[in-house]
Design a protein around this ligand. Structure first.
Ligand SMILES: Cc1cc2nc3c(=O)[nH]c(=O)nc-3n(C[C@H](O)[C@H](O)[C@H](O)COP(=O)(O)OP(=O)(O)OC[C@H]3O[C@@H](n4cnc5c(N)ncnc54)[C@H](O)[C@@H]3O)c2cc1C
Length: 400
């Protein structure tokens, strides 16, 4: 019998979640709501270990789009309805900026003669633009195409969502330990080649060594996952973003843009993604680069030149952004998966290692797919199997 096929299933007693990004914090939330936790006969300890700040990586610096048309489908289907439920139960609109948003592709040419594109449904006085999309330069617009039907795209503020998930989990007894996990400890099986997790060594924020005994580990360290599980084929891809307080409020649109504008004798093509948020904030991000992954979220380098260019680009296509105030200039690392089923994160038990569960590599849809991932993880850990979705494609054995 392999360690990953232990029968009968016995509930965990000591769970440690490594990484307080959106995947770790949302997993803590779902575990803390599991019925087993309120059973007086089965005390279960849940600890979340974080090396830097809560949501200090991509989870606090992402755009926050939540889409029915995202991927992979099995995880999206499990996640969208959970986002709706969480927002309803905990006042997500006020607490983490949950709302439905229109989403479209905008193409333009600034400083040239705009060609009229296909007129979308709802197009109004701004030519090819929908009537309420009044904050982009209408005369520069070449085309606007909606990317989804109404009701298929929503958004959250990713930092506020992640921090709320953790706070709600802490209300139910989840403990936060501030420290960097340095290694996972294993105990060999007496009769097979398998091993079982037995502890996590860590260094706290004062540099003091610590140890947490465990029977279950949820490894949700985003792009840093291979530092603790080298065989996980995950890498980090740096991306810059800014936030702007526009000069006048902007309507609820998430825009995937592509536009050109002249710089001297040259023409620049820019492709920022620009998301209006509630509370008069606009988020924009630039394409990624190959800067190597640093030790932790606090060591991420922000290239001011990239942020300056992003400020300039978005200002070219929108006067309200040009006249607005830049409120954040930041960078973070997208967790990419380098092998296995395309576009899929790694979610499930590691074969041959009892008690080790991976939930990492969510690429560009980790905000969208966190609730489905977390619900599935809580079922796997507490009940022994995932029933909310068929996530067999995402099982670690398909990746390493
Ligand atoms: C520019 C950009 C825009 C994006 N926009 C969207 C979007 O609109 N919608 C969407 O769905 N997704 C989006 N994403 C993707 C999304 O941000 C990620 O998929 C998601 O945040 C990954 O979450 P995570 O918890 O796995 O990783 P992370 O957020 O990286 O969290 C991992 C955590 O683990 C901690 N950690 C690492 N090593 C250790 C250790 N040894 N011990 C303890 N703690 C450790 C880190 O400090 C970190 O806090 C975007 C990503 C980027 C880069």
């Amino acid at each position: 019998m392999s360690a990953s096929e232990i029968t009968p299933y016995s509930p965990p007693k000591d769970i440690v979640i490594i990484g307080a990004g959106i995947i770790g914090c949302t997993s803590a939330y779902y575990l803390s709501r599991h019925p087993l936790l309120s059973s007086p006969t089965t005390p279960i300890k849940i600890t979340i270990l974080e090396a830097g700040d809560i949501a200090g990586g991509a989870s606090g610096k992402a755009g926050g789009l939540v889409a029915k048309w995202a991927y992979p489908k099995e995880l999206v289907d499990a996640s969208f309805a959970e986002h709706v439920k969480l927002a309803k139960e905990h006042g997500g609109a006020e607490r983490w900026g949950w709302r439905m948003v229109a989403c479209g592709e905008w193409r333009g040419r600034v400083g040239g003669s705009g060609k009229k594109g296909k007129t979308p449904k709802g197009a109004g006085e701004h030519g090819v633009l929908p009537e309420d999309l009044d904050w982009v330069e209408s005369e520069a617009t070449e085309a606007y195409e909606p990317m989804a039907e109404d009701g298929e795209t929503a958004q959250v503020h990713p930092y506020l969502f992640t921090a709320s998930m953790l706070a709600l989990a802490q209300e139910k007894g989840v403990k936060l330990v501030e420290g960097r996990a340095t290694s996972i400890q294993y105990t060999p099986s007496e009769d097979t080649k398998d091993r079982y997790v037995s502890g996590v060594k860590y260094v706290d924020t004062n540099g003091v060594d610590g140890f947490l005994p465990v029977d279950t580990i949820i490894l949700s360290a985003g792009p840093w996952t291979p530092t603790l599980l080298p065989q996980a084929p995950i890498s980090g891809h740096r991306a810059h973003s800014i936030t702007i307080r526009p000069s006048h409020p902007v309507s609820a649109y998430a825009l995937f843009t592509s536009f050109t504008y002249p710089i001297g004798t040259r023409t620049r093509t820019a492709t920022p993604e620009i998301y209006a948020r509630p509370n008069n904030e606009v988020y924009a991000c630039a394409p990624g680069d190959d800067e190597p992954l640093p030790k932790g979220t606090k060591d991420v380098l922000v290239d001011e030149k990239v942020c300056d260019q992003l400020v300039k680009d978005v200002g070219v296509m929108s006067k309200r952004l040009r006249d607005g105030e830049v409120t954040a200039r930041q960078a973070c690392y997208l967790p990419n998966v380098n092998s296995g089923p395309r576009g899929c994160p790694i979610v499930g038990r590691v074969e041959g290692v009892g008690g080790l569960v991976v939930a990492a590599g969510h690429t560009c849809w980790g905000i969208c797919n966190a609730p489905g991932t977390a619900k599935a993880i809580s079922e796997l850990v507490m009940d022994g199997e995932i029933t909310c979705a068929n996530l067999s494609r995402l099982a670690p054995r398909n990746f390493f």
